[in-house]
Design a protein around this ligand. Sequence first.
Ligand code: SAM
Length: 152
Amino acid sequence: MKLRVVWVGKSKEEWVKEALADYAGRIRRYCPLELCEVRDEKGAGAEEMRRRECERLEKQIPPGATLVLLDERGRQMDSPGLAAFIGTQRDAGVGELVFAVGGAYGFSEEFRSRGRLLSLSKMTFTHQMVRVFLLEQLYRAFSILNNEPYHH
Ligand SMILES: C[S@@+](CC[C@H](N)C(=O)[O-])C[C@H]1O[C@@H](n2cnc3c(N)ncnc32)[C@H](O)[C@@H]1O
């Protein structure tokens, strides 16, 4: 199974880029990982920006992939729960598991209905921070699946 993480807009701050590179390297010890960035939208109303950004995200989702959308209103899980979900997808023969992070204004309502909604917290984080938190949790999930001592 391959992992793909898609997000909207560039990762601007150096600390974000460094953390993403670090966790991406760790995840790739377990599983092929692709990080995809789509252009963010500027200068339109919030709804129109969400619609255009979600159209771009949609193009990054291969047919047959399982899609998880990061959304503060989604379902919360603990880290072993996320590990179990990833293990189930892998064991069911899913070819590609895609996680999507929205832009500054989130997802369109239409796109929100495209996949499972996963919340990292009831709090709202920046779209930049969520990338880092998500990659750390994916790395943690693989360490749990492999019975390694990172998670305790
Ligand atoms: C600034 S937030 C957008 C907030 C917007 N009010 C919404 O309802 O989506 C930008 C993106 O970060 C991600 N995000 C922010 N907080 C999150 C959380 N607690 N759990 C999961 N994803 C979150 C989501 O993908 C969201 O689309």
